[in-house]
Design a protein around this ligand. Structure first.
Ligand code: FAD
Length: 277
């Protein structure tokens, strides 16, 4: 377990109040001594300054923090400038993504279309200066032509120089193990760390899952639907389900866990206390 890596993801908020709360959540999660925090980025640069501010502050507070960076709808010059600023601020890890542009914003404005191009660009401009994380999709990226094509596209990112990957969240644990086996068979040997989404609210989870292609198994969906507005039962059930899932992953030697916190500490703390008492 010495090399097991724990990480927590935040999003930059729009208000001072939201940012203050984010730093409180950071302090609550810091007691778990994660290897790093990460902060999302709005594709096309829409959260450029907010992501930079939050990443710089979190990093300053002592736990290494990785900005997410997407390439779609942005220019190489903008991306180079931002990476230089990160480098000057002591940031040494980047989550390199294509991103999803908000509807109505034209992807044709960007100079790079896929995350493998961003990984190549960062390597060509900054060498080995950054540890590069990329995204992986055990249940397939929703826009992929096929499962096989998506696997090959994942391999492109690894061949371009990614050091490790974080998966889209999933509740079908076999999809993760199958994906990792297929990657191994293709000679991919970077850590593929499961992304974990705590279950705390049914309607939001259903909406996210539809959009990102994560399946909520029937037995989970039915129970969450039956709880209706009973938030306490949803949280108790969610904690149990995600704890079991993480225990299974850990027993099968995953190299770490990456939690999508949605800027909330309680569910992550409860699950991690069950896992690492
Ligand atoms: P890619 O790896 O480029 O793949 C996108 C699609 O194109 C896939 O269907 C793939 O099969 C296909 N493809 C890839 N390369 C090629 C190629 N060379 N030729 C043809 N087809 C190709 N979004 C944000 O906007 N901001 C964030 O901060 C953010 N953080 C995320 C963090 C994680 C851990 C994950 C899993 C996702 C995150 N996302 C974020 C969402 C992500 O941006 C979307 O899922 C996006 O649609 C794909 O990004 P990607 O980097 O996986 O793209």
């Amino acid at each position: 377990m010495d090399t097991f890596r724990l990480s927590f993801e935040f999003f930059p908020t729009k208000t001072e109040e939201g940012t203050r709360k984010l730093y409180e959540v950071r302090d609550q999660l810091a007691v778990l001594e994660p290897d790093f925090f990460s902060v999302t980025y709005g594709a096309g640069g829409s959260t450029r300054d907010r992501t930079l501010d939050v990443v710089s502050e979190l990093n300053r507070r002592g736990i290494s923090t990785a900005p997410h960076l997407s390439c779609v709808g942005d220019t190489k010059a903008n991306i180079r400038d931002l990476l230089q600023t990160y480098s000057q601020n002591g940031i040494d890890r980047i989550v390199a993504l294509r991103g999803d542009l908000p509807s109505g914003m034209a992807a044709s404005t960007g100079e790079m279309r896929y995350a493998n191009e961003l990984v190549s660009f960062i390597r060509s401009e900054f060498g080995e200066q950054f540890h590069l994380e990329v995204a992986a999709y055990p249940e397939m990226h929703p826009q992929a032509k096929s499962y096989e094509a998506d696997l090959l596209n994942f391999k492109r990112k690894v061949d371009a120089g990614a050091n490790s990957a974080i998966t889209q969240y999933f509740f079908n644990i076999d999809s993760y193990f199958y994906f990792v086996d297929r990657c191994e068979a293709m000679g991919i040997d970077i850590p593929i760390v499961p992304g974990i989404m705590p279950i705390t609210n049914y309607s939001k989870l259903a909406r996210f899952s539809d959009a990102c292609g994560a399946e909520i198994p029937r037995w989970i969906r039915k129970q969450l639907e039956a709880y209706g507005d009973d938030q306490e039962s949803i949280q108790k059930f969610g904690e149990e389900v995600i704890t079991y899932m993480c225990e299974d992953l850990i027993e099968n030697d995953v190299e770490g866990l990456h939690f999508y916190t949605l800027n909330q500490a309680d569910a992550c703390l409860a699950i991690c206390k069950n896992l690492f008492p």
